[in-house]
Design a protein around this ligand. Structure first.
Ligand SMILES: C[S@@+](CC[C@H](N)C(=O)[O-])C[C@H]1O[C@@H](n2cnc3c(N)ncnc32)[C@H](O)[C@@H]1O
Length: 210
């Protein structure tokens, strides 16, 4: 395995964020592993091993791991190693890059734990555009984690076989129609200065109503 490190863990340029090192409860990791129905011939990667709760509990298979604190950086795996499965709990502060790199490696399947706020339509669109569909979707809660979590198994397939559908674009205000990437958003639920005075609008109160 390549031992070079990327800027994500260049000690001079990068500080590991505390929320990136969150360990998965053993029972949850085992449940995820079971959900993936790993076969002895499968080539499986745990891309962010931590203490090894996934890696150490994988059933018989051709397994490998990455872990930045042991100088094995996921982002330096550049060859498409034809993984049958990538499974784990990635560092949360780099979801976009993590997804991009996962897709680049072109695994048949990948299964990650997502905080409910992290599983956005935009990220799902990126994954869908790379030809993956969701074939298993499991909601759970780890007592001490910030939000409930989704366990999501993606695999190559046809959109109509996905067990989850989603709308990629946000819904905009019925009244002002504002929104969209980089555009001004509707002022609902926000504070605005009106005639020099701060006014907080309610969620059902569009400030641009005429
Ligand atoms: C959310 S923790 C999960 C650890 C372990 N998989 C678990 O579930 O208990 C994410 C792990 O990813 C590691 N990590 C962060 N950046 C990484 C990178 N570029 N390559 C490999 N591992 C990385 C962190 O050090 C941390 O151990």
């Amino acid at each position: 395995m390549n031992n070079k490190v990327s800027n994500y863990y260049n000690p001079k340029r990068f500080k590991q964020k505390p929320n990136d090192v969150v360990f998965t409860p053993l029972k949850l990791a085992k449940m995820m592993i079971e959900l993936c129905d790993i076969q002895p011939t499968d080539k499986v990667l745990d891309p962010s091993k931590g203490k090894g709760v996934f890696y150490n509990n994988l059933p018989e298979c051709n397994k490998s791991w990455c872990e930045i604190t042991e100088d094995v950086d996921f982002f330096t795996l550049t060859d498409c190693r034809h993984y049958d499965l990538i499974i784990g709990n990635p560092p949360y502060s780099m979801w976009n890059d993590w997804i991009t790199h996962t897709i680049k490696l072109n695994p048949k399947r990948f299964c990650y734990i997502w905080g409910t706020c992290n599983l956005t339509p935009k990220r799902l669109s990126v994954i869908r555009n790379a030809g993956y569909i969701i074939t298993n979707f499991h909601l759970c809660k780890v007592d001490w984690w910030f939000s409930p979590s989704f366990i999501v198994l993606f695999e190559k397939g046809n959109e109509e076989d996905s067990v989850v559908s989603f709308t990629a674009k946000a819904f905009f205000c019925d009244i002002c129609g504002k929104g969209g990437e980089g555009k001004k958003k509707c002022g609902r639920g926000r504070t605005r200065i009106v005639d020099g005075v701060k006014k907080k609008y309610g969620m059902n109160e569009c400030p641009d109503v005429v």
